[in-house]
Ligand binder design. Structure first.
Ligand code: PGA
Length: 238
């Protein structure tokens, strides 16, 4: 795992955006998994601002996760967090985007559909994610097996409480659907980004703890091409 610290959120976002743009310029058919949440928004904004007209003409996106039972049109849905700032401005057509439907009647089938979407395209070239204060990646909560592909996850209280910030009204959250840590390990490149003092504690744990399923983000240590990029406020190394 390569650890890199940037002066601030803007510099971190700029670096991540340039990495993504470089990827699609070298491999136009790249398959990219992106996370929702607040952390990637700066990167998305810079990707959109700096993309040349053909940069994403053949690229495919896969959204990392979704809250179970939340309407995709809800502004707080994971889909909205990826679609509005990234997919719509880049004009990616529906056939080159995969979102989980958290309202699917059969969630196991929904996970199988997303697994199939990724597998049929030869796997992920890049998985680009944030990190929760409990160390989750996507909605792979502590205890999630590194062998998991897409699956249904029971959310921890900290994730349910933290997730409220995306919604205007108090929103009952209990489960999520998410790509699995196996997807993370099999992606050609895996990037985790974090910013702000709220993430410093968990970054310290990722840096200092050995690989263990109680800390999902420790999976980074096992990735041959894994990066942990943080801003100065989230830096946990002297
Ligand atoms: P955030 O969420 O980017 O909104 O901080 C990250 C996460 O919980 O994975």
């Amino acid at each position: 795992m390569q650890y890199q610290v940037f002066t601030d959120y803007d510099a971190l976002s700029e670096h991540a955006a340039q990495f993504m743009l470089e990827l699609v310029r070298q491999k136009p058919t790249a398959v990219i998994c992106v996370a929702s949440g607040d952390t990637p928004l700066g990167t998305f904004q810079k990707v959109v601002a700096n993309a040349l007209p053909n940069d994403f003409a053949e690229a495919t996106f896969v959204a990392l996760d979704e809250w179970v039972g939340i309407d995709p049109q809800n502004p707080g849905s994971c889909r909205s967090y990826v679609e509005k700032p990234l997919i719509e401005p880049l004009k990616i057509p529906a056939e080159r985007v995969c979102f989980f439907d958290g309202m699917a009647t059969n969630l196991a089938e929904e996970c199988a559909r997303v697994n199939e979407f990724v597998a049929r395209r030869g796997g992920l070239d890049l998985i680009f994610v944030g990190i929760g204060t409990n160390g989750h990646i996507g909605l792979n909560e502590p205890g999630s097996s590194f062998e998991n592909y897409a699956h249904i996850s029971d959310l921890q209280d900290v994730t349910i409480a933290g997730g409220q910030k995306y919604f205007q009204d108090a929103t009952p959250l209990t489960q999520g659907v998410t790509l699995g840590l196996r997807h993370f390990l099999e992606a050609k490149t895996a990037i985790v980004i974090a910013n702000g003092p709220r993430k410093k504690g968990i970054i310290g744990r990722v840096l200092n703890e050995p690989i263990n399923t109680a800390l999902p983000a420790s999976v980074l240590h096992q990735h041959p091409n894994g990066y942990l990029w943080v801003d100065e406020a989230a830096n946990a190394k002297n």
